[in-house]
Structure formats: C-alpha cells, structure tokens
Design a protein around this ligand. Structure first.
Ligand SMILES: *[C@@H]1O[C@H](CO)[C@@H](O)[C@H](O)[C@H]1NC(C)=O
Length: 447
C-alpha cells in the first residue's frame, strides 16, 4: 500500500468506486467489495498491532494541568467584547491561567497556581537552544554559542506539548526517594513525528504507527520524553550535566545544559520535527543564574527585592484582557484568513475579563486575588502571534500588521503593544475567578 495517510486511503476507495460504478456487474462488484474489506481489515490490524500502550504516569506525581476542559472554551463569545463596567464592581476576574514550562512550547492550563515575585511556579524554567556560530570578524575570528530558539524562527515549537506532574503523597507509587519525587516533579514532553514508510518491514510497522495515531484521533504519532523539574545534585553528577553560558535575548546566564536527559534518537527526531539543523539542546535556568530584570521592574530600594526571571522574555508575568483581544480580532482584514484569534497566540499567564478594551494600558498597580502586582510596562509585540498555535503555521502579516496600525502607543517606541508585563509584589496563590482591582493608574514608557 503506497498511501501513507488515511485520507489517501479514502481517496483510493473513492476512485475505485467511480470506476466500479461504470463497470458494474454483480461479480466484479462483489470482488471489489471483498478486496476493499480485506484491505481495510489489514490496515486496521496493522494499526492495532502497532498501537503502543502509553507510558505509565510519573510515579508519585499528579498532573497539575486542567484535563478535558478549558476555560477558553467560550473565548470567542461576544459577551467578552465589551467590559462589564467600573473596576469597583467584582466582575473583573481571572478567566484563564497558563504556564509554559518550556519557553515557546505548548501551554499547560491551570485552575490555580502558586505565585512568587518571579511569576507563576513552573512557568518558563526551560528553553531549547541551538548552537549558533557567528560570521567571521575582520580578523577571521569565529565564535560559537548556545542560543535560545522561539516560534518566530521555528513555528513547529507550537506542536511540542508539555505536562507538569508534581509530587503528591496521595498519587500511586509515591515514595520520597522516587526519581520524580526527588526532582520536585516531572515535565512530560510530547511532539509529533511521522516516521518513514518505505517498502520494508520497518516501513510497514511505521505505517501501522501512523494509522494507529489516526485511530486515536491524532494527526501524527507522538514521541515522548521526560525531564526532572528540579534535578538534585546527585542526578546532575550521575548524568554529567554541564553548567554552560547560553544566550537569551541580551542576557548570557550560566544555565544547566540538560540535553543528556533526551535520548539521542529522540533528540534527532525532535530536530527533524522542528526543522533545526544545528546542534540542539535543552537548558534549565540555574538558581544562581536567574536573570535580573531592571528597566521597568519595581525598584529594589522601594520593594525590598530584586526582580528575577527564568527563561521568560522580559518580566515575571504577562496578563491579557480578553476585550482588548476581541478589539484586535474585529479589525483584522476580512481577507487575512484568520477566522478566529485565540488568546493562546499571545501566550498570556493570566487572561482577564471585565475591563473595557485597552483599559489596562494605564494600570500601574493592581490586586489580583490576594496578591498586589506592580504593572511594570506594556507588552511589545513581535511577529510571534502570527503563528497559529493549533496548526503551528505562521501567517505572513496578521495580526502584527493590524497591531502596528493602531497599537504603537508607547512614547518613543515603534513597537505595537498588547497586554501588560507584571511583577507580583508578594508570594501567594492565584486562581480562576480571582477579582482584579486596579489600585493605581499612570503613564507607561518604553525603556
Ligand atoms: C502552593 O504551595 C504550597 C506549599 O508548597 C502547597 O501546599 C500548595 O498546594 C501550592 N498550591 C498550588 C496551587 O500549587
């Protein structure tokens, strides 16, 4: 069978069917039907034979993500297009919450989270990085460094799914010396990979795997690997982790090179899926290498701590007002081929409903639930939101062109803004339905 997708198979059947209708005699009708049944049956048997039992859950741990439901289910509803009135009312609330354990990869949706002055727990602690070599200088010197990668250059990162499992004494297999309990949890990473289907035994098996994925309603077979959330010294020694300098934006933190946690073959498959040709690895922020945020973050003299982040772009937390997003969506050119603009394109930590569109532009301080937040600056937008997180393909112009038309609002900046960068001023918990109360307003500048 040369076809390698179910669609091809169905096409073949359709073509045979039309041929059949023109040549129909009872005998060849019956024979074709039998042949068809046999091929369908063998495809099914092949698929079932290659179905793999999913790996067991990380023992002693519990998946913290929302499963089988999402608070985004009605995000396109018109009811969110306008605000609900003044902030004195209690109807400004947190509608949805997300963390992105690996920078630029898929989100984990939560109902509740711990917050520190560095943002939501488990958010952006890891990043993939490729070795990048400079052009020669005039003296012919060439330098090479590990540099973080994002969806702008590698949109297929959107297809990399993540789950966070945290130690839980009530979870099956809990043992305080268990592998994942000792590492404060486990990040399960899955990505799509379609193997070769050349004419051989392995090719046939691979075809079975592809069909098995279709049976489970996935577009491609998925490959999985696991990462210790916070590897302890023993594991670092055993696996020979290296602390290395890597580049993320203008920072060069010493970070943990955890590439050794990804089996070699899996790493090669991941590179293929992402379209990365340079050497690829995975870094975790090191506690001692956390990046200091200066610019618009609250001043250490005033708040008593220096704001730091892991692998986030520039500030601890990002909030988005759904009414503002609806406003942008309503201005997209009708020919833009973006039928619905998901909040996930803008990768918020907290999605808020209630305030009228762009009310947040002048927030300076706000209480969310119990926790006071410094609203540090507006979020400037690159072209990353042009990537559709569902298909992992980038639109050439939108929504960035629309944003540039009316959202260049920071004095002295040429960048469009949507959403706000936030620094929590205290520790605590935040959850869905928490009330948002703006306690101070003022101007924002780009720095
Ligand atoms: C927040 O942290 C505390 C203390 O570690 C823990 O008991 C609680 O379950 C955490 N809450 C969430 C939502 O993870």
């Amino acid at each position: 069978m040369a076809s390698n997708t179910l669609d091809d198979l169905l096409n073949t059947i359709q073509r045979n069917w039309s041929y059949l209708s023109s040549q129909a005699t009872p005998l060849n009708l019956a024979m074709t039907l039998v042949a068809l049944l046999i091929s369908l049956l063998s495809a099914y048997i092949l698929a079932v034979s290659q179905q793999e039992t999913p790996p067991a859950a990380p023992s002693g741990c519990r998946n913290i993500g929302l499963q089988g439901r999402s608070n985004l289910h009605d995000q396109y509803s018109k009811q969110y297009s306008s605000g609900t009135g003044t902030s004195a009312s209690t109807s400004w609330t947190v509608k949805a919450m997300f963390i992105y354990p690996i920078k630029s990869c898929g989100p984990v949706e939560l109902a509740k989270s711990n917050v520190t002055t560095s943002g939501l727990r488990y958010d952006r602690q890891f990043t993939l990085a490729q070795q990048s070599t400079s052009l020669p200088t005039l003296e012919g010197k060439v330098t090479s460094e590990w540099k973080f990668i994002t969806q702008r250059a590698f949109p297929r990162l959107a297809k990399v799914e993540t789950q966070v499992w945290t130690p839980d004494p009530s979870a099956p297999g809990y043992n305080k010396d268990g592998e994942w309990v000792k590492s404060q949890g486990c990040v399960v990473v899955r990505f799509p990979f379609t193997p070769d289907t050349e004419f051989s035994i392995q090719g046939l098996r691979n075809l079975g795997k592809i069909l098995a994925a279709k049976l489970e309603g996935k577009s491609e077979p998925m490959i999985e690997f696991r990462l210790p959330f916070n590897p302890n010294a023993e594991r670092m020694r055993e696996k020979q982790y290296r602390k290395e300098r890597m580049a993320i934006w203008k920072d060069h933190p010493m970070a943990l090179n955890m590439g050794c946690e990804i089996p070699e073959e899996t790493l090669a498959q991941l590179k293929y899926t992402l379209g990365v040709t340079n050497p690829l690895t995975l870094f975790r922020i090191d506690e001692e290498g956390r990046r200091e945020v200066l610019r618009c973050a609250p001043k250490k003299e005033e708040v008593g701590f220096q704001t730091t982040i892991g692998m986030a772009d520039s500030y601890p937390m990002h909030i988005l007002n759904l009414a503002s997003l609806h406003d942008v969506a309503s201005r997209l050119p009708s020919k833009s081929s973006i039928s619905r603009l998901s909040a996930l394109r803008f990768r918020p930590n907290l999605l808020i409903t209630g305030p009228p569109a762009f009310d947040e532009d002048d927030w300076k301080q706000a209480r969310i639930g119990q926790i006071m937040h410094h609203i540090s600056c507006r979020t400037t937008r690159c072209k990353l939101p042009n990537v559709n997180p569902e298909t992992a393909t980038a639109n050439r112009n939108e929504p960035s062109t629309t944003l540039l038309k009316y959202r260049v609002i920071d004095k002295g900046s040429k960048n469009a803004c949507l959403g706000m960068q936030v620094t929590p001023l205290e520790k605590g918990e935040v959850q869905i339905g928490d009330v948002v109360e703006v306690t101070e307003r003022g101007e924002h500048f780009s720095l």
